[in-house]
Ligand binder design. Structure first.
Ligand code: BES
Ligand code: ZN
Ligand code: ZN
Length: 479
């Protein structure tokens, strides 16, 4: 459960307290002694702007800020402060916290709350002994510069991130394609977007050759999910289409993943799908007036008896032919059909999210998302701006036509794998054959799933993409 973020006017009893100040002296009105304010002053000079004052019942936290309009770097520091506060609250078994915005900075208050709430996530549903687990229940926000609406919006966004993380963290024996479809229907009903889930026979009649090829080694039928958030008051006519890779487990198929450890995280190979679902939840629950479609091709990739094999030539949904070089390059096969299907909406922009290549992870690690595509520069800039604002950073890779040569096939239109070099880019180039619209490809193989706790991103599924896409889309409704 996501903690409540509650806007309050009057002081709450019995919570841990966080004070955001610009003038340290103002803390004397809140019961701080001269000794304490001197201590905070000294810490501030040491460049430690989050100060913890240990107490008998509970610690107090003081964050000193320089400006009421924080830069992106300062916002990220505030989120990390939120994470650090949660570490202490957990130790002290505090479930409730109040943030006093004495400095009068609504943005600082909200981003600190965001870091705190996101840090409090844990995936413990399969632990039978939850005794030691601490939960954050309520975050009270006392600020004249932000109101109930902002708090509710933030809470709903955090809930969407939690939903995404849960989906990624569920293993395939608990979340196969059928369970995922069920979950999507429930979320659609609960949050008010629509979900149309195509069965295998419909996928066959549509001739989605890529999705069907990958599914051939599986015991479970595939699904193709069409999610739609189409509010009456939408500001746009031509939608944004989001496409998410929904490989519920990637064994590699007949080209079985053999390097030690390479199978370990492959339950997270539906991270792109989970982020698309989470974004739809965030948009619908906050009633963002913007029309957005989500498309999810879903299957597992397994080496069953009838599995597709290297050498196969597959006719895709858009009629192009693909020579299969490696069955472990399955993500691009299923995304290709979804991208071509997206054309029918004549979208202004298509964005796909996929844990697509080890190559993207090798290139930049877990610290950001590799992006590329055919969208206009200004569309990439819009994405970069949103990405920096929420600290889900993106880096644009080259997309020169030279790379197209690397995936030409002698016997089909293209092949599904190029040489080792530029592996993330040739995967993107493969996808470019299947869309005619302005398009941005986001390879989230690095940041979607992390092993060690990474501040407020936690460990396991991070939910990367949800806050970025929510920011990008809701920014469009602000003018
Ligand atoms: N799901 C993987 C990519 C991946 C790897 C995601 C590691 C997250 C962590 C994808 O389907 C894949 O197997 N890609 C291969 C392509 C290829 C060389 C056959 C890869 O990138 O290694
Ligand atoms: Zn694979
Ligand atoms: Zn994969």
């Amino acid at each position: 459960m996501v903690p409540n973020i509650v806007h309050i006017k009057d002081q709450k009893e019995k919570t841990a307290n966080v004070f955001i100040v610009s003038d340290i002296k103002s803390l004397s009105d809140f019961g701080f002694s001269k000794e304490e304010t001197d201590y905070i002053e000294q810490k501030k000079n040491d460049k430690k702007s989050l100060v913890v004052i240990p107490g008998i019942a509970a610690s107090r936290f003081v964050k000193v800020i320089e400006t009421t309009e924080p830069s992106n770097k300062e916002k990220e520091e505030l989120r990390v402060d939120g994470y650090n506060i949660w570490q202490t609250l957990k130790k002290e078994k505090q479930e409730n916290v109040t943030i006093y915005d004495i400095a009068g900075s609504g943005t600082s208050t909200l981003v600190l709350a965001e870091g705190l709430v996101l840090a409090s996530y844990s995936f413990d549903k399969y632990k039978t002994d939850k005794e030691d687990d601490s939960r954050l229940k309520d975050v009270f926000v006392a600020s004249s510069e932000t109101g109930i609406d902002d708090c509710t919006r933030l809470q709903k966004l955090c809930e969407a991130v939690f939903i995404t993380r849960d989906l990624v963290n569920e293993p395939v024996n608990k979340l196969n394609v059928e369970n995922l479809s069920k979950r999507v229907r429930e979320l659609a009903d609960k949050f008010g977007f629509s979900a149309d889930i195509y069965s295998k026979s419909k996928i066959e009649s549509l001739k989605m050759g890529g999705l069907l090829a990958v599914n051939r080694g599986s015991q479970d039928p595939p699904a193709f999910m069409v999610l739609e958030w189409s509010p009456e008051e939408a500001r746009n006519e031509t939608p944004i289409v989001l496409v998410g890779k929904g490989v519920v487990f990637d064994t590699g198929g007949i080209n079985l993943k053999t390097p030690p450890g390479s199978l370990d995280d492959m339950k997270a190979d539906m991270g792109g799908a989970a982020s698309v679902i989470g974004t739809m939840v965030a948009l619908a629950s906050n009633k963002v007036p913007y029309k957005v479609i989500g498309l999810i091709p879903a299957t597992d990739n397994r080496p069953g008896f009838n599995a597709y094999v290297p050498g196969d030539i597959i006719t895709m949904f858009n009629g192009k032919t693909v020579e299969v070089i490696n069955t472990d390059a399955e993500g691009r096969m299923i995304l290709a059909d979804a991208l071509s299907y997206a054309d029918k909406y004549k979208p202004e922009l298509v964005i796909d999210l996929a844990t697509l290549t080890g190559s993207a992870m090798v290139a930049i690690g877990q610290y950001g998302t590799v992006v590329m595509g055919t969208a206009e520069d200004k569309q990439f800039e819009e994405m970069e701006e949103a990405a920096d604002s929420v600290h889900e950073r993106v880096v644009r890779f080259p997309f020169w036509s030279d790379y197209d040569e690397l995936i030409k096939s002698d016997i089909a239109d293209i092949k599904n794998l190029g040489p080792r070099e530029a592996g993330a880019i040739t995967a993107g180039k493969f996808l470019s054959n299947f869309t005619t619209r302005p398009w941005i490809h986001m390879d989230i193989a690095g940041p979607a799933f992390v092993h060690k706790e990474d501040k407020y991103r936690g460990s396991g599924g991070t939910g990367v993409g949800v806050r970025l896409l929510y920011e990008l889309i809701s920014n469009r409704t602000n003018s």
